[in-house]
Design a protein around this ligand. Structure first.
Ligand code: ACO
Length: 374
């Protein structure tokens, strides 16, 4: 294309309309279908938030009950998929397993779940089963057997139960539930955009979610929360935080958990998770990680003027809940699958294939030279 303006990383390019999520990057607000996440975190549940994202409104009590029952009935792992998980080498990073698991699930699930017009069924199935896939792999790699999902537990509590083998306290289940609400959607972020691109070719929902998982995995997106905790453990004590961070900045290295394409103030999700990280640290009697994170936050803001994003405190919350660090990003996916599927439904409802252009900077008019003359 001639005379085109190149927007590296598609920054500030509006590629479509959506009525799912609004981000006010200057005001530090995140809105799902008109509802502020601060209210949803206080009053809602992850299941209700799923309903909101998929149907565009809050459910009545009976509608929520039906949705919860549908999610519960779709949690079971097909035995063939469990056999496949058993065959995966136990050192495989869980995000790779999740990507493979969702892709393989497509062969075990009924064909009609894959048709664009029945995607709400696929959305329920994928949202219901992601926790089971992660927990089953985690237990298998530890040499144990997967635990069957518990129908009497909500989405967040059941995930903790299947992972850790004991029913969580109400406080722990609430903390994870809030984290799931906060991660559920975020407009045209990289993984959601991947899902929409795949759906825009009229490929199926399972393929769209597989694309999204592959995109979420990277350290510049969902993988940042694991990197944050690696940094915290490398720093070790609050006294060493300032020197560590200033040296990293001097080497022009990125500090994970900071900066955002859209937010230019505190990410509202980080504000809520900071408070949960503090509370959980206090409850568990282990404030070290929280204190180091606060110090890092202060130094990075002072040195670079950067604000924390959602990933700065999510890892600390998950660690306090007993979730191993390589499962932080999969837990992100457990939540974000609700948003990915809402976006795929929206894409199907008014589709045009997403196919941007590039500016060609290579040579033209090269003369083909036969191989024996090069
Ligand atoms: N540490 C140090 N410097 C930073 C950071 C950071 N975390 N984030 C941005 N900057 C600096 C950049 O070096 C750049 O400076 P320069 O203009 O002097 O070169 C400037 O701020 C703009 O940053 P970009 O990377 O160009 O911003 P972009 O919008 O492309 O990237 C991103 C946003 C990927 C989130 C970036 O801030 C980053 O890499 N952060 C660390 C990774 C992270 O925490 N990712 C999670 C994001 S939230 C999520 O996906 C759920």
């Amino acid at each position: 294309m001639e005379n085109a303006t190149v927007a590296r990383g598609l920054a500030d390019v509006v590629v479509g309309t959506s009525n799912i999520t609004f981000i006010d990057g200057k005001g530090g607000r995140l809105i799902y279908r008109g509802f502020d996440i601060r209210d949803l975190a206080k009053f809602s549940t992850f299941e209700e938030t799923c309903y909101l994202l998929w149907y565009g409104r809050l459910p009545k009590a009976s509608e929520l009950e039906q949705l919860q029952a549908k999610l519960v009935s779709r949690r079971e792992l097909p035995s063939g998929l469990e056999t496949l998980l058993e065959a995966i080498p136990p050192k495989t990073p869980p995000m790779e397993v999740l990507r493979t698991g969702v892709s393989a699930l497509s062969s075990f699930d009924p064909e009609d779940l894959k048709r664009p017009e029945s995607s709400i069924g696929g959305a329920l199935r994928l949202t219901a089963i992601l926790p089971t896939v992660i927990a089953a792999y985690h237990r298998l790699r530890q040499g144990g057997r997967p635990l069957a999902p518990r129908a009497d537990l909500g989405h967040a509590a059941n995930l903790l139960y299947m992972l850790l083998g004991k029913e969580p306290s109400a406080e722990d289940a609430k903390a994870l539930d809030v984290a799931l609400i906060l991660h559920a959607d975020h407009e045209f972020n990289a993984s959601t955009f991947s899902a929409r691109v795949t759906a825009s070719t009229l490929s199926d929902l399972y393929s769209a979610v597989t694309s999204a998982i592959g995109t979420l995995k990277g350290p510049l997106h969902g993988g940042a929360n694991e990197e944050v905790m690696r940094m915290v453990h490398e720093i070790g004590s609050v006294e060493d935080a300032e020197a560590y961070v200033t040296q990293k900045i001097a080497r022009h290295e990125k500090i994970m958990g900071f900066g955002h394409r859209v937010y230019k103030v505190d990410d509202p999700r980080a504000t809520i998770l900071r408070e949960y990280a503090r509370r959980l640290a206090q409850e568990k009697g282990d404030p070290k990680t929280y204190v180091v994170l606060r110090e890092i936050e202060e130094v990075v803001h002072h040195e670079k003027g950067l604000y924390p994003n959602v990933d700065l405190y999510s890892g600390a919350c998950y660690e306090s809940l007993g979730i191993p660090s390589d499962l932080f990003t999969p837990v992100f996916a457990v939540s974000r699958v609700s948003g990915w599927t809402a976006h795929v439904l929206e894409q199907y409802a008014d589709n045009r294939i997403i196919r941007p252009a590039s500016e060609y900077t290579g040579p033209v008019d090269c003369r083909y030279v036969p191989i024996d003359q090069r």
